[in-house]
Design a protein. Sequence first.
Lengths: 279, 335
Amino acid sequence: MTQLLTLASVSWSVEKQTILNDISFTLGQGDVIGIIGPNGAGKTSLLKCLLNQTKNWQGTIKLKNKNIRHYKPHELAQTFALVVQKSPPIFELKVYDVVRMGLLPYKSLFASDTDLDKKEIMLALEKVGLSVSQNKFFNTLSGGEQQRVLIAKALVQKAKILVLDEPTNHLDIFYQHQILQLVKALNITVIMTIHDLNLAAQYCTRLLLLNKGKLVSDKNVDKALNPETLSEVFGLPCYRDNVDQLTRTSSEQPTNSNTFARVHFYPKTDVDESTEVQQ
Amino acid sequence: MKLFYLIKGKSAWVFTCLLALTLFSIITAMTFGPAQITSLDIARCVISECSTPMHDMVIWQIRIPRVLVGLVAGMGLACAGAILQNVTRNPLADPYLFGIISGAGLGATIATLVLTDEQMLALPLAAFLGALFSVIIVFGIATLLRNMNHLLLTGVAVSFMLGSISHFILYLGDPFATNRVIFWLMGSLTRVEMFHFYLISAMVLITLISIFALHRHIDALLLGDESAASLGVNVDKLRLILLALCAAVTATIVAYCGGIGFVGLMIPHIVRQLVGVTTMPLIIGSALVGGCFLIWVDVIARSALSNVEIPIGIITSAIGSIFFLAIMYRTRKSG
């Protein structure tokens, strides 16, 4: 497998506080990588370094064997597409206008949209199932639809690597699966931060576990869901289902997702009480 | 023409109407004033020769400069407002909320103390420097605070600070100086000449060309800094360029026309309802509506009262303050 991206000893400190500490991993073509870890572990910071959006980080990040510091911003934008929505737009942007932003890395100053560009925008909207919503206001869409619009923007950006920062936050279970299914169906390289470990396991090919800025493990999904490691990192007792004993509520078997065993965490107080009882 | 594609489609009729309205406003506004002059007289003057020397003087030296300066000043203020609202992500941003009026007032006040009567021609330059000074202070403080959201609040604070210095100097100084300075505080098109039109149009043209060049980058800011940066936009640099352009165009206008507030706040809001929020249609629309608006406010300023002209800034501020409250009410309702 060709290595698209290589990180070697990436560290980042701000005002003597270590945010990322000696992180190394590689990303191959077609990988779907989930970055998991508790709050403040450095998940989003790692994405910022990947996109070269911060200064003062140390180490090397190579994109196709070339240091990302040597790429121009528009060249990086042609490789990475970030799907993130933290603050809502203040004005009434239309869905079409949001997707159109994806053309930016390919356009010179003064350049106007061609008919081909318009077709590309419509095709991207079609792929995410929103072609009928092109004239709707972005603000009025549901969280799941907004994520899909941003993914359409990434498609227009023709990115080789899709970077998603907490794509399932604030979404209900239906939209969580819908977004991740869509991302997986695009068949491109994906790197995302995600809180829900079971969701991550279902859709990712590899999981990176971060804790306090360090890479604790970089393993395939089955090995990554190690109850002992997870318990240590998240500070909660962790239990994993036995994969053979899985019972499904629906008779319909999932066809395109991995068969995996779920992990469960228990509130600490219950366990403390039970240990006391045993004693 | 390459730019034209952006204004075709559904918005085409809006722009055609606005363009027609602008041309109509320019011609009609010239007929208003104490001297009875018809559009026919103006047409005759422009095409061949004026019928009387009085017409020649009034039309070429008063009416044409005044309407044209009104047009370009309105264009510049509305475009600066539209850009500032996008760049600061604040729908209530207006170039004058950055302390520009009080800065210009302070510049003019100090100049009246320092300059002799013969040097009074340099008064607009002093006002320009004062306006730039206030903008630099506001941006400097906002940069130190590392928060662009504080730009407007800093502007209000700096405005009060510079205003109090001007008032103090004026209170202690020559009573005649107050008359000269009040022009910059209230805004007026009474003193404009063709030279001012050329200067302001040049600044407006530079601003428009820069915005047309960067229109995609400005659009990208609408989804937030992080998203714009991921599209390859150098957000800090872009913001600095755009703020500097807005400051320069506003300071040029304020130097010759004084403080005409709220045009930059109101016009972009109206235009967004008509043609949407993306930069190209917004800027072209704001330029046209802003130009028309100021031409007609100036007509009201010079013809509402029979014996005296109302400073134009008083009228725009009166309309603007009501508009400001209306926007806040609407935001509260939708939020």
